[in-house]
Design a protein around this ligand. Structure first.
Ligand SMILES: Cc1cc2nc3c(=O)[nH]c(=O)nc-3n(C[C@H](O)[C@H](O)[C@H](O)COP(=O)(O)O)c2cc1C
Length: 371
């Protein structure tokens, strides 16, 4: 097989990518030098763009801050390292929907190990609804402007593109499960879209030509998966609003706030264990947009991916765990040696498992030498 489409360039919302493979946003929890080196290796393996997961939009958000000297310089170094490998870099602009003040009361329980990390996650999830519903208009405005300010800093640091994280705070505002507001940010789908739309506009106003990707998190019923995000039947309203606000491409996936093993599904998952597990959501999105669509979720088989791209079902394929398992996937496919790829078996042991255990993201193959 020639894998012609995988290796063809694409205009991805105004940014030319050398091929169709993107490293999906992946928080790694690694020390800085290791993290930069890991992303450099992924870039050197031949993917066209790396999306850096969870870049905070406000000064005091979780994660490496664009607003601090140290954070900004680290992102600059990362951009240089990735660009030297002929790879593009995208910042996933992120605002958590966890109530920081609400978290404080759980700290003693966590420290004394009476509350496990899993239980903490569940407790925090229970607070998302009241937090989103009661957030003051002033705070909302500040966060929205933060998306714009962070985008400006990201571009200055060397990022080529930004992705609005459509899950987390945007996703919680989107969803009637969490958003019970009665003002302009709650109620109708148009009102629930307002937070995301204004966050996009805050970027577009400041940066008229930067490509803006939107992580479009879709939740489904029957069976129920995902609590944040957009329902399938709301897509015809949402997609035009996001486009008019300035989005130039969509990164489509299952919405969050169920269990992490639904959005990062292991091979044994009852509904999402297969190759290309979330591509059915791309079919829905395709009905309402002509913008490029990136699929993600359980993508690892070169033949399958080539078929999805060449049929036009998706325009790009994003991978997280497969490029952690073998950063050289794109090169090996280009050299027509797919049999040498270390295939991700979606066991989640050391990637998601490493993150949950605060040991950093690793892979069961890590000690094995790749060819
Ligand atoms: C360790 C780990 C960390 C992740 N961090 C993020 C993140 O920061 N932001 C995000 O939107 N998605 C994150 N994801 C989800 C991935 O972007 C991706 O959607 C998911 O893993 C499914 O793709 P895959 O089957 O190629 O791994 C993470 C996934 C993993 C495995």
């Amino acid at each position: 097989m020639s894998y012609q489409t995988i290796h063809s360039p694409i205009d991805y919302g105004g940014l030319v990518l050398k091929n169709r493979i993107i490293f999906a946003p992946t928080s790694m929890g690694l020390p800085t030098e290791q993290w930069i080196e890991r992303l450099r290796q992924i870039a050197a393996g031949g993917c066209a763009m790396i999306i850096v997961g969870d870049v905070p939009v406000t000064k005091h958000g979780f994660g490496l801050s664009l607003y601090s000297k140290k954070g900004f310089e680290t992102y600059q170094r990362l951009a240089r390292a990735v660009h030297e490998e002929n790879c593009m870099l995208c910042a996933q602009l992120h605002q958590s929907d966890s109530n920081l003040k609400g978290m404080l009361k759980y700290i003693p329980g966590v420290l004394s190990k009476k509350i496990s990390m899993e239980q903490l996650r569940e407790l925090l999830n229970q607070e998302v609804g009241p937090y989103i519903t009661n957030l003051s208009p002033e705070k909302i405005h500040k966060i929205i402007e933060g998306f714009g300010e962070a985008a400006v800093l990201a571009q200055k640091a060397g990022f080529d593109m930004v992705q609005i994280h459509g899950d987390r705070m945007c996703g919680s505002f989107s969803s009637t499960i969490y958003n019970h507001r009665t003002d302009a940010y709650g109620g109708s789908p148009e009102n629930r879209a307002r937070f995301a739309v204004e966050a996009i506009q805050a970027v577009r106003r400041r940066l008229p030509s930067i490509p803006i990707d939107y992580k479009l998190a879709i939740r489904q019923e029957n069976p129920h998966y995902g609590n944040a995000g957009i329902l399938e039947q709301e897509l015809p309203i949402w997609i035009p609003l996001l486009e008019q606000a300035g989005v130039t491409s969509f990164h489509v996936t299952l919405a969050n706030h169920g269990s992490l093993t639904d959005t990062i599904p292991p091979a044994r998952h009852p509904d999402f264990g297969g190759e290309g597990c979330f591509l059915k959501f791309c079919n829905l999105v395709r009905r309402f947009t002509k913008l490029p669509i990136c699929g993600v979720g359980g993508l690892s088989n070169p033949e399958f991916i080539e078929n999805q791209l060449s049929s036009g079902r998706i325009d790009c394929a994003a991978m997280s765990r497969q490029l952690i398992a073998d950063p050289n996937w794109p090169k090996k496919v280009l050299e027509n040696q797919p049999e040498t790829i270390q295939r991700c078996i979606r066991c989640n042991q050391k990637c998601l498992g490493g993150m949950m255990a605060h040991q950093g993201v690793h892979c069961i193959y890590e000690r094995t030498k790749t060819k």
